[in-house]
Design a protein around this ligand. Structure first.
Ligand SMILES: C[S@@+](CC[C@H](N)C(=O)[O-])C[C@H]1O[C@@H](n2cnc3c(N)ncnc32)[C@H](O)[C@@H]1O
Length: 256
């Protein structure tokens, strides 16, 4: 009971500390509410806290996941990529002033992904890409997961239930007020996400992550098994037997 209470207090404090970094009041309020209510940040913390591997945060937005993890005493280097220059600007300013080893960059993952090895997060991004690009991105990101590491995907499966339509409406609203990218929406099916991760290489788990919200949020966790077979060619044509590549190099490696 004490531990649960401590964990809840640590979460609340981390949300408040991240929010205070944002100078505009509307953004501060949004960030505090988002971090407190959306269960993905706590879930990601629980999954990533015991790993020292670097984290690739794909579609990082203003950097909420990276900042939240720092405020929960996670010290892993984070490389965040996003195609929204305005959000990246907010995040870069805060990272430079407050947080070490958080590198947020303008980058379109619909075109390339960097060489990387570690853990990967892809939170609410897939549905901005058309299906073929979703598969290509997931395939590349699978290659970025180090042995024993994880890829966390959070998105809203397209199952046509009421929660799906509420999520769709909320996303359209965020687009109309110009907070989210105004691209066509392609919510993925569960099978199209799971299908990229072969059972020989990955342990797979997924569950609803809606909490008290009306949304159809689900978390998909893909953990790469410890041993990679030497010399096996990955789906992207890269060899999976060599030394892991750390994010410092950050070479855009593959054109889709
Ligand atoms: C709903 S927001 C989620 C932001 C962040 N993951 C979070 O949890 O706060 C989705 C983000 O994905 C980004 N995004 C969409 N398509 C992208 C692309 N092709 N390359 C990089 N980022 C992209 C958007 O700009 C946006 O910031």
């Amino acid at each position: 009971m004490e531990t649960l209470r401590g964990n809840a207090a640590d979460h609340e404090n981390a949300c408040a500390r991240v929010a205070t970094q944002f100078s505009q009041r509307w953004l501060r309020n949004y960030v505090r509410g988002k971090l407190r209510r959306d269960r993905i940040y706590q879930a990601a913390y629980e999954l990533l806290r015991s790993s020292s591997a670097p984290i690739l945060d794909v579609g990082c937005g203003v950097g909420l996941l990276a900042f939240y993890l720092r405020e929960r005493a996670c010290r892993q280097p984070v490389l965040g990529l996003d195609v929204d220059a305005r959000k990246i600007r907010y995040g870069v300013t805060i990272a430079a002033a407050q947080y070490r080893d958080i590198d947020l960059r303008f980058h379109d993952v619909g075109r390339t992904v960097p060489d990387f090895s570690g853990n990967v997060a892809l939170v609410d991004v897939l549905h901005y890409l058309p299906p073929a690009k979703q598969t290509a991105l997931l395939t590349h990101l699978a290659d970025c997961v180090e042995p024993g590491g994880i890829l966390i995907v959070r998105d809203c499966p397209r199952d046509a239930g009421p929660r799906y339509w509420i999520t769709w409406l909320a996303e359209r609203f965020a687009q109309v007020i110009s907070w989210n990218l105004n691209a066509a929406l392609h919510f993925p099916s569960r099978a199209s996400i799971d299908g990229v991760f072969g059972a020989a290489e990955f342990e797979r788990e997924s569950r609803p992550l809606s909490g008290a919200s009306p949304f159809n949020n689900h978390i998909f966790i893909f953990r790469r098994k410890q041993s990679r077979s030497p010399g096996i060619l990955s789906a992207t044509g890269r060899t999976r037997g060599g030394e892991p590549v750390r994010p410092a190099g950050f070479q855009p490696a593959a054109m889709f």
